[in-house]
Design a protein around this ligand. Structure first.
Ligand SMILES: [Zn+2]
Length: 86
């Protein structure tokens, strides 16, 4: 692998690979869906771009639910939207 390789993760909305810094991670921990600000938590995680369009697309596709295999309330999507740059 070339120097400067950055680990990439897939956005559950647009399925594009991006460096983790461009994504928000949500994790299912103890049956609860939470935001993992430091990408340090274990458990099953889903990534979405810090873009309103990706958060909305994920919501439309129920991408978090499908990825985490659990119910994800609208408040989670609203909170994800708050992480967006625009
Ligand atoms: Zn995306």
């Amino acid at each position: 692998m070339a120097n400067g390789f950055t680990p990439k993760r897939m956005c559950v909305a647009c399925r594009e690979m991006s460096p983790k810094a461009e994504l928000v991670r949500i994790v299912k921990a103890d049956g609860e869906v939470v935001f993992d600000d430091n990408c340090s938590m274990g458990g099953r995680g889903a990534y979405v771009h810090r873009r309103t369009e990706c958060v909305r697309l994920a919501q439309k596709k129920h991408a978090f639910e499908r990825h985490l295999k659990c119910a994800v309330g609208p408040e989670i999507y609203e909170k994800a939207a708050e992480y967006c740059d625009g």
